[in-house]
Write a protein that binds this ligand. Sequence first.
Ligand code: GLC
Length: 546
Amino acid sequence: MKNFSHQVVYQIYPKSFRDSDGDGVGDLRGVTEKLDYIRDLGADWIWLTPFFPSPQRDNGYDVADYCGVDPRFGTMEDAEELLREAEKRGIGLMLDMVFNHTSTAHEWFRRALRGEKKYRDYYIFRDGPADRPPTNWQSKFGGSAWEYVPALGQWYLHLFDVTQADLNWDNPAVREELKNVIRFWKDKGVRAFRFDVVNLISKPDIFRDDPAGDGRSFYTDGPRVHEYLQELARDTGLDEAVTVGEMSSTSLEHCVRYTRPENRELSMSFSFHHLKIDYKGGDKWQLQPPDLSRLRELFCTWQEGMLAGGGWNALFWCNHDQPRVVSRLGDDTRYWKESAKMLALCVHLMRGTPYVYQGEELGMTNAYFDSISRYRDVESINYYRILTEKGLPAAEVMKVLAARSRDNSRTPMQWDDGPCAGFSAGKPWIDVPSRRPGANAAAEEKDPSSILHFYRRLIRLRKEMPVVARGDIRFILPDVPGLIAYERRLNDETLTVLCNFTAEPLRVPREGAPSCLLDSYETPPSFDGEALTLRPYEGTAGMTRE
Ligand code: GLC
């Protein structure tokens, strides 16, 4: 049985990581150039977001060929070289399999449009009059989830952009094609896979209007999803690989089923409930301050629930779809360093597999773009239009985007304090935002108290301390507002983690002060015999042995 409980994954968005040829777009050779940096961080795997041929309507999540390399990112030889060079450093690649949909530029879809029945059955086409979509479902990027094709007199389903057509997993030929994609990359030596929005692949037999919502209740964790995942894993030998499924609006019960080793579906799952605590009324486009007690409750439910059910969580704050966490839940000005470290400590010491998103380990902040022309993301641009059409003043819309846009995480990686942050010698495809002095890899390398060094320590701890990798978890101190606290236990060891999510000092009643292992400040918190006092955004971890 593979063991990944001590491992850590580093996520790279190649387009924004390192541009080796000066065209303004990051590429695979750029990743190869920076492998020593990732080795020094201590990561075991690199998850690369899609670099396959694609029209890039959704930055590569609109795949036109699953077994190729988009010339923007390099060649197949570059991919093979990256694989080899990573392996030399003990790092594996995790490839991103976007199997819920293909780009409409994919050969399969083009043949479907040309009227080939075989390929029409690869997608979800439905009859219907040109003025009425088959259901009222909404695309996750705004607007109807159906698009009419006049030449065919039919509609096709796209849960995301209109150029991302949903595949018909009920067709066994589709499942075979996708298995061949896995086999292709496995033959090249890839041993880890991420599956994009994989809990949406199984659609209901009958398509009906959703009177209450946008349709998601019909296809989320759909009727045959577990069966299809088991089949995929069994037929492509995924038991030997590390796999993670991205789960949209999922439930704990389903995630236990997806990830219990005996079910042979996936190694672990991403869920997103903890990243909706600042969505007003559950709506991403309405701002509210983070609900910290809800955050605590969600961590508690998912951590304790996955432990009890025998499942395994992917642990993360940041990815290419999320704003930067230090701007979101920390304080990216006054307590920049302390809060970035506290947030790291909080998730890295939980039970599961931590994911670090490029630049998070440097404390990179949101972009704070001041004009819509600086945004590149299709979702942000769509919502700019939707929200202004709804009558929200442009300045308000810009505030919402500044907090929520996916471009916050897609700005160039900050390697140094040069003009393009050391990302490119050309003009980057997306602006480098105004930067905090010292928030770059070169400066942080030299500073032992940097956020970068803190991440290295956390990653090392997981490898050195079995209690971090394998310990149980129990949440404690529910009644201290603004505090998230838990205990990990293995044999006679207890690791206690206390995190102050507020800008105020916090008194935490304790019988004693555990010996401090790691702290987001340079010194441990003070203890007066009855309570510890945590400083603003302080995170601290301590050990006790019975
Ligand atoms: C996932 C990806 C996101 C993409 C979407 C559609 O949520 O992380 O970037 O837009 O799926 O593929």
